[in-house]
Each structure stands twice: as C-alpha cells, then as structure tokens.
Design a protein around this ligand. Structure first.
Ligand code: DGY
Length: 348
C-alpha cells in the first residue's frame, strides 16, 4: 500500500500500523510511504531487503525482525538514513551495527508505560486468583455449586510485591500494586529509583495519617533478596546478556512455594523449560506470561500447566498506546529525514 506517491523520500513500514496520525508525520516530511502487506507475520531478512530495494531512506520495523549487520548494511546501500523500531524494547536491534554505518535508531518509549504495567497487573491477579483456570472450568460446564475450597488462590493485599527493574514500566506497575493493594515493595535495580521511593513514602504517610498500617519500600542489592522475600515477582528489565535466563531453576527454587512470577518484559529473561518443570513440581506456584523464550513457540508442557496464565505478547495492546507508538516511530524517521535529531534515540 503506497501513500503520497510523489514524495521524494522512500520510507518502508514493514507492518500496517494503527491510527492515522503517524502517516501525516511522514507525508509532511515529503515521504512516499510504502506499507508492506506481506502475508508472513514474521518477515525474513530476504523479504525486508527486497522491500528496501536499492533506494530506501528510512524504515519503521518490528520487534519480530532481526535488525543486525545484514539489514543495516542493506539499508545503508539503499541510501538509508533512519531506522525506528516500533517498540520500546530493542533486543532485536544491534544498535552498534547501525551506529557504525552512521544510521541513527529510534524507539517508542513512554506511551506504553501504563498499558504494559496494567497488563502485568492483570496477569498478577489472574494468576494469584486462578481466573483462567476457573473460566475454563465454567466453560466446560463443570460448575455444580459453590464450595468452600473451589479455586482458592492468594490474597495479595498487604503482602510483598517484588520487581526486577525499576524503570518506567516497573515503577508504574509497582505504584499500581502498592497503592491499589497496599502491598510492600522490594525491588532490585542497579540504579535506585528515587521518584518511586518518594512516592511510596508519601503514600505510606497518608496511610499512617488514616490510622492504617503503612507500606514499606526497599531497594536490595541482589535479585535473590527479592525472590526470597516477595509473594509476587514481576520482571521489568531489558533483555541483554546479563538478564538472559535471569530466572533459572536455582532462582525459581528460591521463591516462595506459592509465589506468583510475572513476565511482561522479554521471554528469554526466564529459562522457560526450567519454569515448566517448576510449575509441574509446585502446583501452588503460579505465573503470568506475556512473552516467551522462542516466540511465537512455547516450550513443551507450558500450555498444559493450569498454574500458568499465558497471553500472546499483548502488554502494550491498547489502541491509544499502539497508535501512540506509531506516531513516535514516524516522528523518529520523519525527524531524521528532515534533518532534526531523532525524537527518541537509542544510544549505545
Ligand atoms: C515493546 O514495545 O518492547 C513491547 O514488547 C511491544 O510493545
């Protein structure tokens, strides 16, 4: 699908994007915009290279694509000047390969913070309160009457929530859980999040003023301390060499037997085969997963675990957010092609 046929700069958009404001940014920057309608959900490098051809000024690409030396070289050869990932995460992008070819890279932070945190909270409650198991039970026509022990789960209020990574999304999730459910927070992040700590301190003072038990917030020096203490652990870290298989068998074993583990960050942060074994061995342990180690595949056995809630990488999937991401990605590319600095630049 081609928009603004007469535009002097050629921009490839590898998937249809929601909303229409994004397109206006590119048209205003005199771009001819080609939106790929290829039937494959995950485009191969060969397909993307074919799309770029021998003249391509900029690309808006997806987190399912492999933006490394091969694609950045092809973009450079086609006269390209800009790449934006349609995502905040950029583990699919080798930024150094772009940088050494003089290609700036953008991403889409901010607009997905609350949406992603909301889904992490939804997974937390769904897992703790066994919502999906109970839904499946109802649909199977198995409900024969109220029972005291039917789908008994965990109450989260006043318990401890742990987060690994206290950046934008981690902090938004922590605020939801602390303020909404009066949970105490324990977090691991190499850098303290002073805003978050201050926010929880003020909230604690409000509770004290009302005569309610206050909430506590603690930053700890190791991931292990979070795992041992928390009733819920939610991952909000980037995927890099230091966080790949961060949750392995030995760390899973450090968690409480009836804890909840949530991942709306990146799949490979968890050793998924180890998680399947842990779920099978510990029926009271639960997890909520938005992301998977080998997406779109799941490790054998995961889908059979009733104590896992699994959804297909939808954490940022609200219309407002997805259109906002499109606008940011287009602003990144349109800006660079018009000679402005990248709106949201990923630096290395
Ligand atoms: C991201 O942006 O990194 C999410 O995984 C998809 O919105």
């Amino acid at each position: 699908e081609v928009h603004n046929e007469s535009g002097s700069k050629r921009v490839i958009v590898t998937k249809t994007l929601p909303g229409d404001r994004w397109l206006q940014y590119l048209i205003n920057a005199d771009c001819r915009v080609e939106v790929c309608k290829h039937p494959d959900i995950i485009l191969s490098n060969a397909t993307i290279k074919k799309l770029m051809g021998n003249k391509c000024d900029g690309v808006i690409g997806q987190l399912t694509e492999d933006w490394g030396s091969e694609l950045f070289e092809a973009l450079k050869q086609a006269g390209g000047k800009a790449y934006s990932n349609y995502a905040v995460g950029y583990n699919n992008v080798k930024v150094d390969e772009a940088t050494k070819r003089g290609l700036p890279v953008g991403n889409t932070p901010g607009v997905l913070t609350e949406t992603t945190a909301e889904l992490a909270a939804a997974l937390t409650f769904a897992a703790a309160r066994r919502v999906v198991e109970a839904d499946v039970f109802m649909r199977a026509g198995r409900y024969q009457g109220w029972l005291p022990d039917l789908f008994v789960g965990n109450l989260l209020q006043n318990k401890t929530v742990g987060i690994i990574g206290a950046g934008r999304i981690g902090a938004a999730y922590a605020r939801m859980m602390v303020e909404g459910h009066k949970m105490n927070l324990v977090y691991y992040d190499p850098y303290p999040n002073k805003h978050l700590e201050e926010y929880i301190k003020l909230y604690g003072e409000l509770l004290r003023h009302r005569g309610e038990p206050p909430v506590a917030c603690k930053r700890v020096e190791t991931v292990e301390e979070v795992l041992k203490e928390a009733d819920v652990v939610s991952l909000h870290c980037n995927l890099d060499a230091s966080t790949r298989h961060l949750m392995n068998a030995s760390r899973l074993n450090m968690m409480k037997k009836n804890a909840v583990l949530v991942n709306a960050a990146r799949g490979p942060c968890i050793d998924e085969a180890a998680l399947v074994a842990h779920l099978k061995a510990n029926p009271d342990f639960r997890c909520g997963l938005d992301v998977f180690e080998d997406e779109p595949a799941m490790k054998p056995g995961l889908a059979d675990c009733p104590n896992a809630v699994i959804v297909p990488h939808i954490a940022s999937a609200s219309l407002w957010t997805r259109s906002g991401m499109a606008t940011l990605a287009a602003a990144n590319v349109a800006g660079i092609l018009s000679g402005y600095p990248v709106w949201n630049k990923i630096d290395i």
